[in-house]
Each structure stands twice: as C-alpha cells, then as structure tokens.
Design a protein around this ligand. Structure first.
Ligand code: XUL
Ligand code: CO
Length: 435
C-alpha cells in the first residue's frame, strides 16, 4: 500500500539522540510510578487537525499539502483519508483518536444523506480499529461550522435548528458507541452570544440544559456508558460562550443536575483565553472530582486568537502532569493534541515532527512531575502551610462545627498572629531543580 509519511515508525532513542525522527523522552513502556508511560499519557490525535486542517488563518488561505485528498466531498475521499490517518497513528505509536462527525464524513445535502455517509466511514473506522488496536477517546458533533448554527445549536432561538442539532448529536453518540468510544465531548463554540441586545440568556441556558438531559437519556437508552465531557472556552467564535471556564461549567452542571454523567475536558489555549493558567483550570476541575480529559496544546502570547499550537513548554507539561498524577491518573480520558501546525509547516512530515515534540514534552513533564512527587518537599511545604488547621480547633472549623463566638475568643486571647512566609521564590527554585 502507498504510504504518505516518509519515515519508519518513530521509536525511542534516548536523550542523547540527534535524530529528529526519534523520541528522546517518550519511551512507551518505561515505568513511572509503577505504570508504563503510555498508560499515564494516553495520547490521542484529533482527526480534525491531522486530516482536515488546511492551515488557513483569518488573513489567508490554507497551505497544507494533502497529496491523499482530492478536495471533494465524496464518501470515497473520506474513506481514503481513514487509511492515511491510521498510517499516521501507527507511525507515531498514538493509541487513541478523536473526531467530529463532519471531520470524518462530509455534510451532504440533507441530514439523512450525511448520516448515511457517516455510517460508511464509521464502518471503515471500526475495521481499522480492530486491525490496529487504536481506540476512540471521544467523538463529538460539529455544531459550529455550518451556517445553520450561526445563532447557536442547542442555544439557537430557532427550534428547527435546535432539532437539527439534536438529531446530529443523537447520531454522533450512536457512532461513538458503535466504535466503542470511551467518552463523548460537547464543545459549544456557538453556544453563547454576539450581543445581549438580542439574547434571552436564561432561556438559552434552560434550552442547553434540556438538550444535555436528552443526550443523557439517549446515551442511557442505547447503553453508551462513557462520560460526556464539557469543554470550557470563553469566546471564539462567539463573543461570550456559556461554558466560559471550568468554574462556570461546574456551576451550570450543578444548577441543572447534570453532574453525574459529565466531566470536564480542559484545553490549555482555552484556559489562557479565559484569563486563567492551565494549572488553575485543571485544579478547579480536579478539586471537584470532575477532571476527565485534556486537550493538550498552547496559545501564543503575541497572537490574540486560539492558535492551537503544539505543547513544547516543559514547565507547562510538568504542571499538567502534577495535577493528573495528583488525581490518580486518567480513567476514560487522555491527552488529546488539539493542536495544529503553523501555516508555514505545510508538509505532511511536519505532522510527525509536531507530534514528536508534543509527546516528548509530555514525557518529560511526566518524569519531572513524578520526581517532584517522590522528593516530597513541595507537598510537605503545602501541608505544613495549613498545619494550624490540623489542630483541634482547625478540625472543628473544617467539619463545620465551629462558631464565630468561639473564634472570637481565640482572636481576643491570641494577640496579633505572626505570619509565616509563603516562600514562592524558594518553591520556584525547587521546581527548577527538577526541570
Ligand atoms: C475548539 C476546540 C474543539 C473541541 C472539539 O477550540 O477545542 O476542537 O475540542 O469540538
Ligand atoms: Co479542544
């Protein structure tokens, strides 16, 4: 069979290798904290960026060379892409992947025709999964590209659009189940508004919640057990998106009684667009027991939009892996590279280099995070910082059994508290000992 990526499968050669087509740090079977790296990291490739992103930007057309693609919306072309994608997964040793319905199959003239096309591609994906062992990390429906969703999908003011979106999600969940997908994602790019002048926010949120409850019911009806993920993002394409950050999503899920089936899928570039660090968003999610999966990428501080670049910053990957190890690792989720090459990196081989970089950066982050945990000084410092709450009185506060009157007595008799240093700089030095 013709191959499209001009290299052997990428393998681990160690930190001294100068081979740009080798892993320097990602050694899939190497044990970290007693578990193989590949099981910690659970890398996934996104079909939309790997196969469908033409690398356009708001100022210019696409540049990506896709010698396998005839540029048509035919089912044949869609089926051909599947072979190329699985060649890519194999060469990268990436075991998981993710898709939107409209990435893998074309949107045709009517819904029934689009669904039929989807069935044909899903059948081929199923065969390829069986042949290679690759697994679907999550599926999702694209409810943001087509003009019908200009005013939103599950928050559209037009019930006919809402129904269309429901039908699309119903089918996408069924396809996810057909492929033994481990989860299903909702990212609401158009679920928000451009102006509040024309928007009834309360009604839109009620509609969104009703939509998600119907999704939960349908998953139950067809026996799809995996979690649903909500992926927070504050804006782009909408001016404001309702799933703006992890805290807003958690509030929404709690308010509408959706906590049970949902987890969060946290993406780096969305965190930073929300004015948070990735570490913050992951910590908020993990503290609520709701961190499900990660879209691993990064933004560019000098460019204002969601550039979806590959993660290469070891400090960032260390922070991510500290939270992931801290919560005991992924269960259904993983690290999906929701990342694309720069417009100038237009050759198929650039996909290989890009993913090698992301995988090596996370392998290093994993090893560093594990070393920091084994060392223990960081965790000890944080534990001691809250030590006063380990006292009898502190435990009374934490268990909700204390009163203001009791605390007032302590304050009156204790004098002015002497504060301990937060030692931020010392801790930053400590982290750098490992990086
Ligand atoms: C958009 C984004 C999406 C979701 C899936 O910013 O991250 O690709 O991950 O719809
Ligand atoms: Co994403």
């Amino acid at each position: 069979m013709k191959t499209y990526f001009d290299c052997d499968p990428v393998s681990y050669e160690g930190a001294d290798s100068k081979n740009p087509l080798a892993f320097k740090h990602y050694n899939p079977d190497e044990l970290v904290e007693g578990k193989p790296m590949k099981e910690h990291l659970r890398f996934a490739a996104p079909y939309w960026h790997v196969m469908r992103n033409v690398l356009g930007d708001p100022f210019g057309a696409g540049t990506a060379q896709m010698p396998w693609d005839d540029g048509s919306d035919s089912v044949d072309n869609a089926l051909k892409r599947v072979d190329v994608f699985f060649e890519f997964l194999h060469k990268m040793s990436i075991e998981f992947y993710c898709w939107h319905d409209r990435d893998i199959a074309p949107e045709l003239n009517d819904l029934a025709a689009s669904s039929k096309a989807l069935d044909a591609v899903v059948a081929k994906l199923k065969d390829k999964q069986a042949e290679t062992g690759a697994k679907l990390l999550w599926g999702t429906a694209c409810l943001f590209s087509h003009p019908r969703y200009a005013h939103g999908a599950a928050t559209s003011p037009d019930l006919r659009v809402y129904a269309y979106a429901a039908a699309q999600v119903k089918k996408a969940i069924e396809c996810t189940k057909e492929l033994d997908g481990l989860g299903y994602t909702f990212w609401g790019g158009r679920e928000g508004y451009a102006t509040l002048l024309n928007t009834n926010m309360k009604r839109e949120l009620d509609h969104l919640a009703a939509f998600l409850h119907m999704a939960v019911d349908h998953a139950k009806a067809i026996g799809f057990d995996g979690p649903f993920y909500i992926e927070p993002k504050p804006r782009e394409p909408s001016t404001h998106q309702y799933d703006s950050d992890a805290a807003a999503c958690l509030n929404f899920l709690r308010e509408y009684d959706l906590m049970e089936k949902f987890r969060l899928n946290i993406e780096t570039n969305h965190a930073t667009l929300a004015g948070h660090s990735m570490e913050h968003e992951l910590t908020v999610s993990a503290n609520a027991g709701m961190l499900g999966s990660v879209d691993a990428n990064r933004g560019d501080t000098l460019v204002g939009w969601d550039t979806d670049q590959f993660p290469t910053d070891i400090y960032l990957t260390t922070q991510v892996m500290l939270v992931v190890l801290g919560m005991g690792g992924f269960t259904t989720g993983g690290l999906n590279f929701d990342a694309k090459r720069r417009r100038e990196s237009h050759e198929p081989m650039d996909l290989i280099y890009a993913h090698i970089g992301g995988m090596d950066a996370f392998a290093r982050g994993l090893k560093i995070a594990a070393a920091i945990r084994a060392d223990g000084r960081l965790a000890d410092f944080v534990k001691q910082r809250y030590g006063s709450f380990d006292s009898e009185l502190g435990q009374k506060v934490e268990s909700g059994k204390c009163s203001f009157a009791e605390l007032e007595k302590v304050a009156l008799s204790g004098g002015e508290p002497t504060l301990a240093s937060g030692r931020q700089e010392m801790l930053e030095n400590l982290i750098n000992e490992f990086i």
